[in-house]
Design a protein around this ligand. Structure first.
Ligand code: ZN
Length: 275
C-alpha cells in the first residue's frame, strides 16, 4: 500500500503547523494505489467546523472527503491517510481518468468559496504544503491541480486562485527558492541588496555617477591599501597578514615604515619600545 502515513511529518518538517486527528492513519476508503499529485479544493463553508464534514462526510457521501483540511490561519488538519472521496469525474495528464481518488491527495481549504476570503497565511501554507507533498512523492508542480481544472463536473474550486500562478510559486518552493515564492510582491532580501548595489549615486550636477557597489568595492580596496602603506610589511591588516605592502621607489623600495626605520638607524636613534 502507498498510504501517506508520512503526511504530518512531511508538513511539519517544512515548518507548517499541523493538527493530527485521532485515528487519521487508519481512516479512509481503502488504500492508495500510487501517489501522483495533489488536488486542491475549497470547503465552500468558511467556518471553524468545516473539517467535521471533511472527516465525517455528509448525507449523500461518506467521509473522509479529503486527507487534509487547511484552516484559514494556515494550520493543516491531518484527517486521513487512506483514500478519500474528493476528486469525482475528471482528467489530468498523467492521472487516471475518473479515478484520481486512488492516486492523489486532496486538500480542502477552508473558504466561503467565492474567492474573497483567502488569507495570506493560508495561501502561503497551501503552496508550501503542496510543495512538501510533491517533493516527498517525487513530482513537480505540474501535478498540483485545482479541482476546477480536473473536474468534468463543473467544479469551481478553489475559487479565486489562478492555478498557473499557484503552480509557479509551488515550483519555487520545490526548487528551494522560498524567498521568491509566496504570492506577494515583496522582493527577497537578495533582490533588495542587488538593486541597492546597482543603484547609481548622483553626481553634484545630478547626472548618474558610480554604482553603490563600485564605491563600496573601491572604499574597501583603498582602506586596505592604506593599512598596508602605513603599517609596513608583515603587519597585520584587517584581514590577516599583509601580503604585498606598497614599496616606494623614492624611498629605496622601502615601505613608509621601513624608510622611517632606515632614518632612525642612520641617525643612530634607537627605536622606542612599542607600547
Ligand atoms: Zn473540490
Amino acid at each position: 500500500m502507498a498510504d501517506p502515513l508520512w503526511l504530518a511529518d512531511v508538513l511539519r518538517a517544512d515548518g507548517l503547523t499541523v493538527i493530527e486527528h485521532e485515528g487519521w492513519k487508519d481512516r479512509g476508503h481503502g488504500d492508495f494505489r500510487d501517489l501522483r499529485g495533489v488536488l486542491c479544493h475549497h470547503t465552500a463553508g468558511g467556518g471553524k467546523n468545516d473539517w467535521r464534514i471533511v472527516q465525517d462526510g455528509r448525507a449523500d457521501l461518506a467521509g473522509p472527503l479529503a486527507q487534509l483540511v487547511l484552516e484559514r490561519d494556515g494550520t493543516f488538519r491531518v484527517i486521513a491517510a487512506g483514500v478519500c472521496w474528493h476528486a469525482g469525474r475528471g482528467s489530468w495528464p498523467g492521472w487516471p481518468t475518473d479515478n484520481a481518488n486512488y492516486h492523489v491527495i486532496g486538500i480542502e481549504a477552508v473558504s466561503r468559496g467565492d474567492g474573497s476570503d483567502w488569507t495570506p497565511a493560508q495561501l502561503e501554507a497551501y503552496k508550501r504544503g503542496c510543495a512538501a507533498i510533491l517533493r516527498k512523492i517525487g513530482r513537480d508542480a505540474d501535478d498540483c491541480v485545482g479541482h476546477k481544472e480536473y473536474s468534468a463536473e463543473g467544479k469551481i474550486d478553489p475559487a479565486g486562485i489562478d492555478m498557473d500562478d499557484f503552480r509557479e510559486d509551488v515550483q519555487k518552493f520545490l526548487d528551494g527558492n522560498p524567498n521568491t515564492a509566496g504570492g506577494t510582491d515583496m522582493p527577497s532580501a537578495n533582490e533588495v541588496v542587488k538593486a541597492l548595489l546597482e543603484t547609481r549615486i548622483p553626481r553634484p550636477d545630478g547626472t548618474p555617477g558610480e554604482t553603490v557597489g563600485n564605491v563600496l568595492a573601491w572604499t574597501d580596496q583603498h582602506a586596505a591599501q592604506l593599512v598596508v602603506e602605513q603599517l609596513g610589511p608583515g603587519s597585520d591588516g584587517i584581514r590577516g597578514p599583509v601580503a604585498n605592502p606598497k614599496r616606494w621607489p623614492e624611498l629605496g623600495n622601502r615601505t613608509q615604515v621601513e624608510a622611517l626605520m632606515a632614518i632612525l638607524d642612520a641617525l643612530k636613534i634607537a627605536p622606542r619600545a612599542a607600547k
